[in-house]
Design a protein around this ligand. Sequence first.
Ligand SMILES: Nc1ncnc2c1ncn2[C@@H]1O[C@H](COP(=O)(O)OP(=O)(O)O)[C@@H](O)[C@H]1O
Ligand SMILES: [Mg+2]
Length: 489
Amino acid sequence: MCALHGAPAGIFELQKTGSLNHPHSATRPRFVVEDGATTDSDDASVTGHEEDDLHDEEDVDDSVKEDMKKLEDTFPGISERFRLVNRIGEGTFSTVYKAEDLLYDHYKNDWDTFQDHQYETWTSPPSKKRRIEGEGQLLPIKRRLSKFVALKKIYVTSSPFRIQNELELLHDLRGCRSVCPLITAFRYQDQVVAVLPFFPHTDFRIQYRTFMVADMRHYFRSLFTALHSVHKHNILHRDIKPTNFLYNPDIREGVLVDFGLAEREGSEYTGTCLCANPGFVRRSRFLQSYYTTHVSTSTMSAGYPKNDSRPSRRANRAGTRGFRAPEVLFKCTSQTTKIDMWSAGVILLTLLGRRFPFFNSADDVDAMIEMASIFGTRRMKTAAAMHGQVFETNIPTIGEKGYSWEKLVKWASCVEELTESEKQATRLLAGLMELDPYKRLSAKEALQHEFFTDPIEHDVEWGGHPEDSADSVEEEGGKDEEADEVAMI
Ligand SMILES: Nc1ncnc2c1ncn2[C@@H]1O[C@H](COP(=O)(O)OP(=O)(O)O)[C@@H](O)[C@H]1O
Ligand SMILES: [Mg+2]
């Protein structure tokens, strides 16, 4: 087994001396966990409890035990270094295990201070004291607690480029706040295991039911902080979704994980998209296009041309169904970090609308239909044209004008009126789920939004009545309608 020490260039030029045998010589960055500390969370939905620290075994399925044994048997040396505890994630590209870091004390675990702080906060212990015989006084017990890591076993079917890319980007992002740091990585033959600090977090399926707007504020402050750092490095994460942002409500912080689909801005270059041109260029190209001069004026029936000799357009579509930005669906070839901001908007919409998943499309065409149902055909056509595409639909339920976000959130969450804080969050939502990526908020701009800088604390318990709250303002129906229109234009 070889250790990958995360050098940006030539990360796969593995060190010949496996650091398994020479832990003291390793220079890998490590995290610091406060000794003697335990977490005092009593939220059953938070994974990774102090019981683990106290060596209590987790309830592990037989099939999981078998799976962990298989990894130990096929990856020589791994069991001398880690005690596999449980399987905590299984995705398309990897399986993630929680493991005890047996050689923790052999390393200088001095990586970034944010994690120090994080662990300090997470692990503030209820003081455990024991009477020491003969001394007649209470002394805190000094207990050597287990240190946990997440072992991400990347499937052998992943291309070496993909694996290298993920590790390299993580290496570049080390020290970035709210981004899960890479501790080290190992390779044995075609198997690669990335070692990350273990982050206790809640399951989003529990969060989205109980989150108040104030909770959303903490969640998104942390997520935008992570995205701001990532985007400053000109890196697109490409797969922003709840399972890739591990949020811990106890400390009101989360970490961004899974850079498996991430890429550097401009690295997938297949020609500049029309959207990257100034408006007047876009307009004149559109007016000269075959569609404008021939198709749109004729009465053609809906469908695809039988003999289309044009080469098919290629663009990166990597991401997850329901979280893809409109420009990804429109096969924009100049995608930017703004695609992540759209996906963050989808998370906010899920929380405000209290529906998960919010979008549930089977494919990209379905996804466009879902979007069109919200935005209306007029805005979808404009958005498509930006990228040199044409959006047409004859689905009768899709209107021309679409709906405002407020209306949509009210409908989704089954309330008659939104609280002032929900309205404020909805204004942020409108800035994130903006069809035009150039008008969409950046992470930095989102952090400067009134939602964070001038928060309206006006939460009502879920299921409560907004009118019971002090500052609620009844709006007249007519005025509301007018506002909807403005929001949609
Ligand atoms: N550092 C970590 N701490 C705790 N859990 C983690 C960690 N990294 C990943 N996980 C868990 O494993 C899951 C899958 O990890 P991820 O990196 O997203 O892999 P994949 O590429 O397979 O989606 C995550 O959704 C999360 O539940
Ligand atoms: Mg993932």
